[in-house]
Design a protein. Sequence first.
Length: 227
Amino acid sequence: MNTQKILFLCALLGAFALAFTVLPPGTLSLDTIKTHQQTLLAQVERAPLQSALVYFGLYVVVSALSIPGAAILTLLGGALFSLWEGVLLVSFASTLGATFAMLASRYLLRDWVQRRFARQMHIINTGMARDGARYLFALRLMPLFPFFLVNLLMGLTRLSAIRYGWISQLAMLPATVLFLNAGRELGELTSLRDILSPGVLFAFTLLGLLPLVTRWLFSRYTTSFKK
């Protein structure tokens, strides 16, 4: 294992230790953030820049380590910050965390991922070979694979980290705005099901299918034109 991999592993272990220290079990729950909403709002008003940086760093760690609760953190961002501030913080933090998770899979967890998710990896490889980066865009919008699994499996593809990052950021933006906007009415929410209705999931699925359908139609059109 070279020096870069050792440093990356040390950073990952440090992030794990930090996460379990700062986020004990039960912290990232809807009831918990509703209970402490006013206290956190007061903190944001006293130190807005410091609060934004802490929130950003916490979101990166949660995303990178695939800790359950990113959706709850997004709701909290909507309650604590303005919509445009929340979009900037969550969009870049979630993208950075997802990219770190993908790189960890590529350089540290490759053998384990290949053994543990062989069937899913076959599906990913087939989709990437057929549709390229459009397939990643579709995966991010459609609930075919969980967020953490997309990060792990994409680490074993040849997609560059930069391309992976901006495509993920673009595809995750609609859900980011949806959850941030819902967080503005945090006190009224009783469950995440209040946000992710069947209609919303269907709309996201259609949006995810758009680039794949467009490619298919373009392929059919060019084939017919050549004939």
